[in-house]
Every structure is written in C-alpha cells, then in structure tokens.
Design a protein around this ligand. Sequence first.
Ligand code: NAD
Length: 454
Amino acid sequence: MQAQLKKMKQLPPLSFDLRVKRLKQLATTIKSYENKIIEAVSKDFSHRCHQESQMAEIMVCIDEIKHALKNIKQWTRTKTWHTNWKFFPSKCAISPQPKGVVGIMAPWNYPFNLVIEPLVAAIAAGNRVMVKPSEITANTAQLTQQLLADVFTDDEVHVVLGDVQVADAFSRLPLDHILFTGSTQVGKIVMRNASDNLTSLTLELGGKSPVLIDDDYSMSKAASSIVQGKWFNAGQTCIAPDYIMISKKRKAELVTALKDKIRECYPSYADNEDYTAVVNQNHFNRLSQLLEGLDQSQVLPLSGNGEQATAQKIAPTLIINPPSTHPVMQQEIFGPLLPIIVTENLDSAITFINNNPNPLTLYFYSNNSNNIKKVRTQTKSGSLAINETLVHFAQEGLPFGGIGASGMGSYHGYQGFVAMSHMKSVYYQSRINFNGLVRAPYSQLKKKVLQILS
Ligand code: NAD
C-alpha cells in the first residue's frame, strides 16, 4: 500500500479530458456489469432483493455519473471572486485543484454504491484514488476491484482488499483526503489514525434517524412511506427510520396502519424474493440480542404465518414503547426492528431529539408549514426529509452528510467535487497598485489615508 501510494503521489493529477473519458467508461462498464453486481451483492447478503440492488447500487450511481458529466466543466472552472474595492483594480479568484491521492473506505450495507459515489466525486475533481471496500461483502469487493481495473489503470484507481487490520493500516496512510463511510465508532478510530498525517476527512457516519408524525398527517400515507424506507434492504440503511415518535392518541392507528402495509408489501418474509436478508450471523445475533430484556407483548413480528426467523432473515418487527434506556433506544438498530415511542407533543419530541446525538436524517410527516419550519429550525440533523423516506439520498445535486455524531462534511454533486478539491484562493495584483499608500514609514498623509479607509 505504502509503495503504491508513493508512486501515485508522484504522478500528475488526471487531466480534464481523462476525467470525462473515465467517467463515461465507468457508466458504461457499470451497465455491462449490472447483473454481476446484483448477483455478487445478493451472494454476500445470502439474499438481497434484486430490485433494491438495481435502484440503490446501479441506478443511483449512473445518475451521479451523469450529473457529474453534465456539470464538470462548470465545476472545474476558475471562478472570479469579489475583490475588496480598496484593492481595485486587482482581482481575486477561486481555482479548484485536485487534493492528490484520495482514500475511500466503504461499509458493507451498499457495498458497491458507497465505493462508486465517492469515486465519482474524486475522479471529477481530478484525484488518483485508493479504495478499501468492506471485507464483510467480499464477493462485491472482488467484483468492484475487477470492474474498476477494466476502467482505470492501477495508478489512477487502486483497490486494496483485506480485513480490519488492512483497513486500519489504510487509514494510517499519508493520503491527501479520506472519505470514510461507516459507523460512528470506527469513524473515531479513522479520525485518530488520520490525524498523524493531518489527512483531511469526510466522515459519513450512522446513528439513529427518528420519524415524527404530525397530528394532521394521513396515517396510511405515512405508514406506506415508512414501510418502504425501513424495510428496504431489511433496515440495513444508514438513513433507515430508526424509531418513530407518535402522540398517544394516534399510537393505535399507527400500529394498525403499519401492520396493514407490511402485510401488503411483505405477506411472507423467509422465502420472499422482495425481502432482503440480514448480512451475516454476527448481525443476526446482534439484532436478536437487541430484543433481550423486552416484554414479549412489546415485540410484534409482522410478517409471515408463523415462519421462523432464520440466520439470514428476521421478520419486520415493531417494538412498542421500549424504555429510553434499553439498548434498542441507545444503539443504531441497522436492521428490521422498529421501535415506536409515545411522545406528549411536537415540542417534547423536539426536546428528545435534541437531547440525543444528531441524527443523520430526521423524517417529519406533516402538512403544517409552521410545524415543518419549527422542526427545520429547532433540530440539528444531517438532512431533513418531509413526507418521504430515503429518496433524498438519490438527489444527485443535494449535499449528503451528517453533523456531529452522524458525520463531518458532505458529498454528492458539486459538494462532492468541493470535498475532493482544494478550493485554492488566488489573488492577482494589478500593475496599478495603491497599496504603497499605507506602507511604512507612516507619514501624516498616510495616516490620513488610513483613517479614511478604516
Ligand atoms: P464499520 O464502521 O464497521 O466499517 C466501515 C469500514 O471501516 C470498512 O471498510 C471496514 O473495513 C473499516 N474498518 C472496520 N474497523 C476498522 C478499524 N478498526 N480501523 C479502520 N478501519 C476499520 O461500518 P459497517 O458495519 O461496514 O457499516 C455500517 C455503519 O455504516 C452504520 O453505522 C451505518 O449507519 C453507516 N453508514 C453510513 C452511511 C452514510 O452515508 N452516512 C452509509 C452507509 C452506512
């Protein structure tokens, strides 16, 4: 890894024409690998719904590439910047420059997408890239390595495969930037490792993304959207609804609406092609343990007709009113379990959210513009999605990232380009130069000029 990085650092950045060429090749190659990617991810998960992979691993990546290709000329232009009139007729500009060699560290939950989306930003910005995919989804990691080798030379994009030790060594490399996607816990380790080299970071982390439902909002519409967002990829999504906060008077209505929608979308789960499995035995055990210490009457598995959970699939499950001290309310769930907690009113829900780490996304179902404004201005979260789940991730120009415990910095579209660039400030001194008017020695005249200027 060290030698490869050293070699890449000595090479020039990718030219504008090469970036465009490679992004086009990347889109075509992803399309030609589509079925292989879907199969590899499914193999890694033991089963991943194919349509979910089509949307989340293929479609969103192609859209991101198209968006970059459409805008790259404008993004890369040196832009004239406002110049303080006192320095007239000098000029200021901002000139984007590739950071150098960027490291991308990806998690297992969308193992292809979360390599490709950061890569698009890094290549559009002209960087060379080293990639460390997740070891948990080894088939997809290998296929990604092969696919990227079909598009890029090894000195443009180099993929490193390996376990956590390799990931640890990767994060200690003197890279020029790291975009890390993963858990908050590992994000802290990566930040510590990167600090030795003062490597700049974009941290795309996780956490608990809450859902609020306003008293005026159609429960059937809210339930339909929540079911789609929560059980897509069996809840193994960084922005999956983690828990719902509901007023006491609407709790029973919510539970009924969710039951109806789940039974409509997933009448069974164990053999259902549309329902994705839990990625591995460790995560199955982790999720099973999360249910420990709860009263059985609080746990409602909502799919199937008495099917048994298997090592790879867990039924969509509601957890009614768990105590706030229970692990299910303390840890990111990252699976098909969904707690529902009762809240007094919107203000108490906002207080609850503000007393916990900043979420990656906050979901609010409401048609009341005053309440929407209240939630938007009185809470902190990476993103706020009104009346729909997940699709804000697919808006290629919209910055995506967390705040505080859910992350640092953001990417997608122009924001991704900026994250991977050094936005160099440039000052051009004009030949006509009045700056001498305020240089030492400070005569009476200069003192007067300074007084006028200040
Ligand atoms: P993880 O943090 O365990 O692993 C992520 C990456 O870190 C992997 O490539 C892994 O090899 C590496 N890694 C693991 N231990 C390491 C260590 N000690 N030192 C250095 N690197 C190490 O995360 P995960 O389980 O793969 O993914 C799930 C988490 O990712 C969830 O918290 C989820 O919310 C988050 N996530 C966030 C986003 C986002 O865009 N914000 C997207 C997807 C997932």
